[in-house]
Design a binder for this molecule. Structure first.
Ligand code: FAD
Length: 322
């Protein structure tokens, strides 16, 4: 077994994993290949090949319609064997976690999901995972002959793929595979757009995060006004989503989005670790909190100690004049 195999149905995540694989490969003495699954995966396969994955295995069999995780695992197991994969890297999304377990079972592989770091120590791959609700990091060494690891999105930067020392391949690096997949157990009968708002916090350049410093549901409009004035997305702590004041899509942290914006403005947020794991990568952190001892100030580049009900309206007015 001589290869690392990278797969995600989302190109950004696949590129993040490719960058990780290219960093790990020389330390493990492995090559880096990738997989594309489904009728529409050809452009993604080409992008991965252009960033140095070789070969990229492309499977477009009709059974992959809808990317049922059982069928996707069947296709990936076939590809992993053809590629001689010792390590398979997947994205630790909801689908990716389900896929990781199914694939590992097919390959008889050791499996880690939700990896927040990857390193090679004494020749072994060691994955970090948040433990005890994010308060600690647990490090797990993989000792099995074949390994499947699902890595949390945003742990590695997508632009690290194709870095120094990568031999850039081309379209001839794409290999079509036809394993003869079984029909999916689930048939897609209809597709409906998701109801309500959707937001991509992971991709946002500016974020205003609001927490329980807001006294009532109507005050969310204060956060909305600040986000609009700053050209930012509005996010929240899990508490506000649990109250039903904001949608789950807007949670930042362990149970929500892992963000890395240019600016994260935390308003009325205490800074519990379950929240900060989702925003500590921000380039600039600004805080408004009335408690000078709130843990969030430990992360702050700029901070205002005071009542958000006085500070936020003043900030909005000032931002409007800029
Ligand atoms: C397994 C698990 C997973 C979790 N996942 C997440 C997650 O993904 N994301 C997440 O956010 N949380 C998560 N939590 C919850 C987390 O532990 C905290 O409870 C939560 O983040 C706290 O939210 P908060 O900062 O809004 O509230 P609080 O901790 O109550 O803080 C409110 C802050 O507002 C300040 N404040 C109050 N009034 C004002 C005012 N008028 N002006 C200015 N400041 C004011 C206070 O000083 C305080 O610092 C998780 C918990 C568990 C157990």
């Amino acid at each position: 077994m001589t290869a690392i195999l990278v797969y995600s149905e989302q190109l950004d995540t696949a590129l993040e994993l490719l960058g990780a694989a290219q960093t790990l490969a020389p330390q493990l003495d492995l090559t880096v290949s990738a997989a594309g699954l489904g009728a529409e995966a050809a452009p993604q396969a080409a992008a991965l090949a252009a960033r140095g994955a070789a070969p990229v295995y492309l499977c477009t069999e009709p059974a992959l319609e809808g990317l049922d995780t059982g069928v996707a695992a069947q296709a990936l197991a076939h590809i992993a064997e053809q590629a001689g994969a010792r390590l398979v890297l997947l994205g630790s999304t909801r689908r990716g976690r389900a896929l990781a377990g199914r694939l590992a079972q097919r390959l008889g592989a050791g499996c880690v999901t939700d990896a927040s770091s990857l390193a090679v120590e004494d020749g072994l791959l060691v994955a970090g995972r948040y433990n005890l609700g994010g308060a600690t990091v647990q490090r797990e060494a993989l000792t099995s002959a074949v390994q499947v690891v699902a890595v949390m999105p945003k742990v590695f930067a997508a632009d690290e793929a194709g870095g120094v020392g990568t031999v850039v391949a081309g379209a001839d690096a794409i290999v079509d595979v036809s394993p003869g997949l079984a029909a999916p157990a689930v048939r897609v009968v209809d597709r409906q757009p998701r109801e309500g708002e959707t937001v991509d916090l992971a991709a946002a350049a500016r974020i205003v995060g609001v927490g329980r410093g807001l006294a009532k549901r109507d005050d969310v409009t204060l956060g909305e006004g600040l986000a609009a004035a700053l050209g930012a997305e509005l996010a929240c702590t899990k508490s506000l989503a649990d109250f039903g004041w904001m949608s789950d899509d807007r949670i930042v942290g362990l149970s929500g989005a892992k963000t890395s914006p240019e600016v994260y403005l935390a308003v009325g947020i205490s800074g519990q670790v379950q929240h900060t794991v989702g925003m500590a990568q921000a380039r600039v952190v600004a805080v408004v909190n009335q408690d000078k001892d709130a843990p969030i100030f430990a992360l702050a580049d700029y901070g205002v100690i005071g009542d958000l009900y006085q500070i936020v309206p003043a900030l909005i007015e000032r931002l409007k004049t800029l």
